[in-house]
Design a protein around this ligand. Structure first.
Ligand SMILES: [Zn+2]
Length: 324
């Protein structure tokens, strides 16, 4: 993903100014709800297992093996899995074979929640200070594996407690192969394809939550600005739930920058109101963690506690606002 374009930002700033005049009157859920436990140790192991394959760059054996691994993880927990294969073109003309993986929990329930993450990793470390390392692919412990791991561990929690909730997990491919300062549409190729060719066909959901870079020990989650414009009601509830779960320090009540990520296309093309939980930093020149798109995005920076904080927050959201 990348920071949003100035044009889009200005557009939303205009909307934001209008919105500010309205007082916040959203009444948030306060009832007592049983929330299943979230296994942070499992999520951590699931990050490590993906990283052990090596960088999940399209066209490599590691990429293919990891797709099969995700399918196995979801099938062995009893979910219904569909693999959507597609071909897309990288910004420099290289053809890429992609696989979006859709796993459905309690598919017969009509009210659907869409949980998303990208599973591919970037083909180059273009944010490396050391020029000799810029051609190396990113290992993506945080940028790729963390979101996938939390989604699988969430499925694990729902299955373990037989939670009655319609939840679909979509693992997008080809999110992170875009042009550094070029065409914004060169990013998020998997979510663009899925949003235009939904599996299952005509798929709808009442809400969507995207997880991206949710596993590093320094991560802080501010409300992402496009999410705040597209789906402020979901942001409001998720951040409220983070407080209920005891994670306010990790989820401060602040709005961060707009990030061009899979949720933007899901909002615009599939018209499913969706938010992004993503680590952005006000203290680094790049706006993300210092490991972003470098060789430092490895297991050394992954925190079990942070994975658990995000997983349990989403689980609280499911139990308070989505489960029957
Ligand atoms: Zn990335």
């Amino acid at each position: 993903m990348r920071l949003g374009l100035l044009m889009l930002l200005l557009m939303f700033v205009a909307v934001a100014c209008k919105e500010e005049k309205k007082a916040k009157v959203i009444r948030l859920e306060e009832k007592k709800v049983e929330v299943p436990s979230f296994d942070g140790a499992l999520a951590y192991r699931l990050v490590a297992e993906q990283v052990a394959y090596g960088p999940r760059v399209p066209g490599t054996p590691a990429h293919d093996s990891t797709a099969q691994w995700i399918v196995r993880q979801m099938r062995k927990r009893g979910l219904t899995v569909h693999v959507q294969r597609f071909v897309a073109t990288r910004h420099d003309g290289v053809p890429l074979k992609g696989q979006n993986i859709v796993a459905r929990y309690m598919p017969k329930l009509p009210n659907r929640l869409l949980l998303m993450a990208h599973w591919d990793t970037r083909y180059m470390s273009d944010m490396e200070e050391d020029e000799s390392k810029r051609k190396l692919p990113v290992l993506g412990a945080d940028d790729g594996a963390s979101g996938v791991a939390v989604l699988i561990a969430l499925a694990d929690a729902l299955v373990r407690d037989s939670v009655a909730a319609g939840v679909d997990f979509v693992f997008f491919d080809l999110e992170d192969q875009g042009a550094p300062n070029g065409d914004p549409n060169s990013w998020c190729l998997g979510s663009q394809y899925w949003s235009n060719n939904r599996v299952p066909s005509g798929y709808r959901a009442t809400a969507g939550i995207l997880l991206d870079m949710v596993g590093s020990e320094m991560a802080i989650f501010r409300r992402e600005r496009y999410s705040e414009q597209f789906a402020p009601h979901i942001n409001e509830k998720v951040w409220h739930m983070a407080g209920v779960a005891g994670y306010r320090p990790y989820f401060p009540d602040e709005v961060g920058p707009p990030i061009l990520d899979d949720h933007v296309f899901v909002n615009q093309l599939a018209r499913i109101p969706s938010i992004n939980i993503i680590y952005t930093s006000p203290h680094t020149p790049k706006g993300f963690g210092t490991h972003w798109h470098t060789q430092k995005d490895n297991m050394d920076i992954i925190s079990k506690e942070k994975l658990r904080a995000v997983g349990l927050t989403v689980l609280h959201y499911i139990m308070h606002y989505h489960a029957r």
